[in-house]
Structure formats: C-alpha cells, structure tokens
Design a protein around this ligand. Sequence first.
Ligand SMILES: Nc1ncnc2c1ncn2[C@@H]1O[C@H](COP(=O)(O)OP(=O)(O)O)[C@@H](O)[C@H]1O
Ligand SMILES: [Mg+2]
Length: 315
Amino acid sequence: MSDPSLLKSPAVKLAGVPGVNMPLESLVEIRDLNFTYDNRPVLTGINMTIPRGKVVAVMGSSGCGKTTTLRLIGGQLKPTSGEVKVGGQVVHELDSDGLYALRRRMGMLFQFGALFTDMSVYDNIAFQMREHTDLPEALIRDLVMMKLHAVGLRGAHGLMPAELSGGMARRVALARAIALDPMLIMYDEPFAGLDPISLSIVGELIRKLTDALGASSIVVTHDVQESLKIVDYVYFVSEGKIVAEGTPDDMKNSEVPYVHQFVWGEADGPVAFIMPISAVIAEPARLANSRAATTGPSSRTRDTETRTPRASVEP
Ligand SMILES: Nc1ncnc2c1ncn2[C@@H]1O[C@H](COP(=O)(O)OP(=O)(O)O)[C@@H](O)[C@H]1O
Ligand SMILES: [Mg+2]
C-alpha cells in the first residue's frame, strides 16, 4: 500500500455520528458483561477495553464465546447483565436509529469472509456505499477502486467470488469491511483456512488498514502465532471468562497454563485431548485386539503407557 491516504474517503465521513469526535481514549468499553443462552452461561464477568487506534485480539478455543462477544459489541445480542459501550454510548440502550448510525461506523469481517456469491467483487464493496450513502455512482467507483487498491486487488474488480482464491476472497472481504471508513473493525477468524502466505498478507493488511484509517480493530481468532505478530494487546478467553490479558510479549512469557499451552501449541495442558474413560472400559478387549493386530505390542506400549498427560480437565 503505497499511499495510506488513499483509504480515506472524506465523502463518506458522517457528521454527528456517535463516537466519531469523542475525546475518549478507549473506543470500546465492556464492563461486567454476562451473557447466557437459554440459562446456559456463555460469557461471565467480561471486562475489556479497546483503545483507539489499537489492534486487540480476543483469543481462545472454539466455543469459548468469541463470536458472541462481537455480536454483543455490534448490538445483535443484548447482555444478560453489564454493558458494552462504543464511543461512549451503551449499545443495548440505543434505539434502532442510534444502532443503525453506530453500525455504519463499524466494519465487520465475518467468519470465512462470507462475500455475496451472486455479486461481483466490485458490487460486494459498493454494496454498503450504495446502502448507506447517496453518493453518485462515479464517486462510488473511485472509492471501490481505492479500497481494492488498499488490499492489492484493483485488477480483481470484475471477478465473481467463485473465481477468487481463498486468500484473495479474504482480502476482498477486508476491502468490504473498510468500505465506509469505519472507526471500529471487527474480524471474526480472519486467518481461518488460509495458506501461510495469505495468512501473513491478511495479518499485515489488518495492521496497515487499522493504522491508515486511524481505526480500532478487534481480531477474534484461535491463530495465536499470526495474531501475536500484529496486535497491540490480547485477551485470552476460556469458557466465557478472561483468563489472561496483556501485550503479545506478556502472553509469550505467560505462566498461566492455558495461555502457555495455547501460545506454544502444546497437546497437553488445561485443554486436553481426552478419550472418555467409559469408552476404554466398555471395549478393552476389542481395542487391545485391534491394536495388537495393526501396530504390534511395542507401539501399543509407546501409545498408552509412556505418554502421561499433565493435570487436565475435560474440555
Ligand atoms: N444461537 C445460539 N444458541 C445457543 N447457544 C449458542 C448460540 N450461538 C452460540 N452458542 C453457544 O455459545 C457458546 C459460545 O459460542 P461462540 O461465541 O460462537 O464461540 P466461539 O466464537 O468462541 O467459537 C458455544 O458454546 C456455542 O455453542
Ligand atoms: Mg466463532
């Protein structure tokens, strides 16, 4: 990206929109947030701050509540108790006009990028501009091409999503997420399913786009290695609670067992791969016979006796 100013499009800056000119240091404040689905606690006592201009990661294994957190910030869900403030406003107290105005200042990269499959790349990016502004088509065209340029894909404007590689599709989704120059960009698993090269390109783009726009970003991911390279701050979530937080260096040096296991990609730890004991008791003879038949006694010994899991809990 040679000229970050290309990302800025003053024509779609919106006057009087919540949060835009507020002198607050933090853009998002989450306080004592609890959320339950059908009486089942999903998030418990969450406190998070997303400062302006920073990239913050929310990490944790599948099902720990990351997407739910984003949906609470975006106002698609309401807290059971506690609150989420964006730009100084309590999201769940906004009326529908207020929520609409707030959402047009938020960019979202959905899990797996999720482009509109029946629209060209160009139309995917133009969609929100047409929906939320009354800009003439000629100006929309310039803005779409600027956004595509920002992700290195000017030449792809006429393609359909099915014609894109996974990495290209994700970059188009990034361009679409910044279509309206958001103050807050939320990325749900932006690295999922990408090859290592696309993965670093997307990581670097997240950082550069955030900086060029002067926005704040929240990256929800279980991809620790890639995120730690680009983020300013990390919250680690386990089973709906924050178990650790700090800078990427803090996380690399963390002695919290869950964080250590996650950061260093270890198989054993608080998140354990456990075969339920009942399965072993139920079929000991069949298991022993089939192992003896396929791998022989020496590998059975290696598998079952020398590998001693550390203290672990059922996931
Ligand atoms: N619509 C829903 N109804 C009931 N439970 C849900 C719903 N959506 C998610 N959950 C549950 O909430 C928990 C957190 O989900 P989610 O936030 O999607 O996790 P993550 O994004 O970290 O993988 C999971 O246990 C999931 O099964
Ligand atoms: Mg999720």
